[in-house]
Design a protein around this ligand. Structure first.
Ligand code: AHR
Length: 334
């Protein structure tokens, strides 16, 4: 997994990128979006699934950016199953695509297939989520967000939400985690806890925490169970908008007011999240931008051409409080 610490290995990654790309060139394959010889660059992309509004926007961004760049895109949806991603990557290797990109459903278990891609001299670009590997040269770069920082930002914005609500007394937090083992689930929990442990040891407590698998249905079901076991929860931190929206339904079904009886902070910033926030049901959103397509296509071309790229190309994002929701809603692009 990429952290601020191993971000310093950028130079090594860039060298690996150049190495892999150079290997591809040695094969005599043309480079560039048209391949220099009229053949379009072929990108094999393995998507996590279609679990959330964020993911839908991300898939659309990848498809339209590939079209815009003139690449031949081979796209597959893994339905949140690692084995499907592994077989998609193996297919792309067999088809001898120019570059493979994927958004890994979980962080571990990729070494074998990434070694196969390396042996076939096909560079791999990670997008959205990172992996843990035994060998840094198994992927070139990551284009995506700093999820640990998103967790920190969620805790910092919760401080403002509590202040605005005039909240006094203990803060009893329910956490809806993303898919177990996925980078955003691990890191958003980690970043949030970091701030909580440093600044709110005595007054904040995560009383329940469970995965809702980044889906609305999961958020609703798990939140209903949380409310049964811990009816005094007064804050919900959901790792994405969709789980937060599902949880809102469970909160309302339990006769409580989301955004008032239970203060809610979510991550993503999709349109439906902004609608819930403009209705007063979500108190704050930490943005995670899914529109990675154009940046990804740019990096893919550079990698194929043997140019140096940074080890981690980070996405720029903002945070939003409820009173900004109505103004921001019309300009949201996803
Ligand atoms: O990896 C990004 C996360 O995956 C998004 O925050 C979530 O909505 C999606 O499912």
């Amino acid at each position: 997994m990429l952290t601020r610490r191993n971000f310093l290995t950028a130079a090594v990654g860039a060298a690996a990128a150049a190495g892999l790309a150079a290997c591809a060139k040695e094969d005599g394959k043309p480079s560039g979006s048209t391949g220099g010889g009229g053949k379009a660059l072929t990108l094999g992309f393995s998507q996590v699934g279609s679990e959330s509004g964020w993911r839908t926007a991300n898939s659309e961004s990848v498809k339209s950016a590939a079209k815009e760049a003139g690449y031949t895109l081979k796209f597959s949806d893994a339905q949140q199953k690692q084995e499907n991603q592994i077989s998609a990557i193996r297919n792309y290797i067999a088809q001898k695509v120019d570059v493979i990109a994927f958004s890994p459903v979980v962080v571990t278990g990729w070494d074998a297939v990434l070694k196969e891609a390396k042996a076939a001299k096909i560079p791999v670009v990670l997008t959205d989520r990172s992996v843990e590997t035994s060998d840094d040269s198994l992927f070139v770069t990551l284009v995506g967000s700093d999820f640990t920082d998103e967790g920190r930002r969620a805790a910092k914005i919760l401080e403002k939400v509590l202040e605005k609500a005039g909240h006094k007394g203990p803060v009893k937090i329910a956490q809806l985690e993303g898919t177990t083992g996925a980078a955003p689930a691990i890191e958003r929990a980690k970043g949030f806890k970091e701030i909580m442990d440093a600044d709110h040891k005595d007054d904040w407590k995560i009383v329940v925490s469970q995965t809702g698998d980044f889906t609305r249905a999961g958020g609703k079901q798990v939140m209903a169970a949380f409310l049964q076991s811990n009816p005094d929860i007064n804050v919900l931190y959901a790792h994405n908008d969709d789980m937060g929206i599902g949880a809102i339904q469970a909160i309302e079904a339990a006769g409580k007011k989301p955004g008032k009886d239970i203060l809610i902070v979510t991550v993503d910033g999709v349109k439906d999240g902004f609608i819930a926030m403009s209705e007063g049901k979500i108190n704050a959103i930490v943005e995670c931008n899914p529109l990675l397509g154009p940046q990804l296509m740019d990096v893919v071309k550079k990698v194929k051409d043997g140019e140096k790229v940074e080890r981690w190309i980070k996405t720029e994002e903002s945070d939003f409080l409820q009173d900004q929701a109505k103004d921001a809603l019309p300009t949201r692009k996803y």
